[in-house]
Design a protein around this ligand. Sequence first.
Ligand code: PAZ
Length: 328
Amino acid sequence: MAALTSDPILDNGLGVIDPDVYFQMNKPPANLPEFEAKLKDFVKLHEAKGSRLVFITSGGTTVPLENQTVRFIDNFSNGNRGAVSAEYFIEAGYAVVFMHRQFSLQPYQRHYTQDPNKGFLDYLVPQPDGSIKVDPQYAPSMIKVLEKYQKAIRSNQLLLLDFVTLPDYLFKLQAGTRILAQLQERAMYYLAAAVSDFFIPSQKMNEHKIQSREGALTLTLDQVPKFLKPLVSVWAAKGLIVSFKLETDDKLLVPKARNALTRYGHQVVIGNMLTTRKQTVTFITKNSEKVISLSKDQQAKDVEIESEIIPELVQIHDSWIKSGATQV
Ligand code: PAZ
C-alpha cells in the first residue's frame, strides 16, 4: 500500500478520488490470488468451448468503520436479483461467474434458504434405519431444483466467488473484469450488487474498536470512486455491460439511469424501484426505453421478472456480438 503523503488526486473537484488512486491506497483482499486463479481456469475452459459468459455481481457490500472491524455499515440487498438471474442465464446456455456477498442468496440453494419459518433441517425427516430423507411434501419440487443445480455444476456452468467488504468487492471487480476481457464481446457484465456510494478510507479509520465512552458518534464518509468509468473504458471495454440503478423516488429513476449511461458510455442500465423491483424494471439503452412489468396474473403465479429480463438481455447480447450495437 502506497503511503499517503498529500491529498489524493481528485477526479472532479467534488472530493472523489480517482479509481487508480483508490487501488494504490487500499490493501487488496488476502484471497485475491485464489480468486484470480479460479476465475482464470474457468475462463480458459469456456474460452476453449466458445461459451458465452456472464459475470454477475450480487448482494450488498459492507463498509467497515474500523480497520480491525467490529462495526460496519450494510444495506438491504439479499442477493435475490443476482441469484435468480444466474439460474435463467444458465438456462439460456451461459457460463456464470457469480460474485456474491458471502452468505447472501445463491442460485438454486436460494429456494431453500429464504423462508423465515423454515431452515435446512426442516426439509428432512429421519428414517427408522438411521438414514435421512427429504420430507415427501417437498421432494417433487426439490428434485427439479436439484437436477438443474447438479447439471450446472457437472457442466462447469457455475463458478461461485464471494466478497464481503467494499474494498474486497472493488479489487475483485477490477481483477475479475480484466480476466474476462479476453472473451471480448462474448462476455456480459451484469452488475446487480448494491455497492455502497460512501466509505471511510483505511488511513482515516480508527484502528481499533470505536469506544462508546467517547460519546455520540459522528461519521464522515468519503465518496466511492466511480468505478464504472474504468470498467467500461479499460477493464472490460469490449464486453456488454449492464448496470442496475436503484431509486426510491420514481421521478429520479429514468433521468438518473440515463445520466449513468451518458456518463459511463456503457450499453444498458436497468432501473428499478426499491418497493417494486420484483415486478417492474425499466431497460434503458442509448436509443430506447422499455418497461417490463409482470401482469397481475403472472404475479399470482409467482413468475419471476428475471424470466423476462434475461431473454431480453440475451437478444441484446446477440446483437452486440454480431454488430457491436444494442438493438432492443
Ligand atoms: O439483491 P436484491 O434482490 O435484494 O436487490 C437487487 C437490487 C435492487 C440491489 C438490484 O436490482 C440493483 O438495483 N442493484 C444496483 C443498486 C444500485 O447501486 O443502484
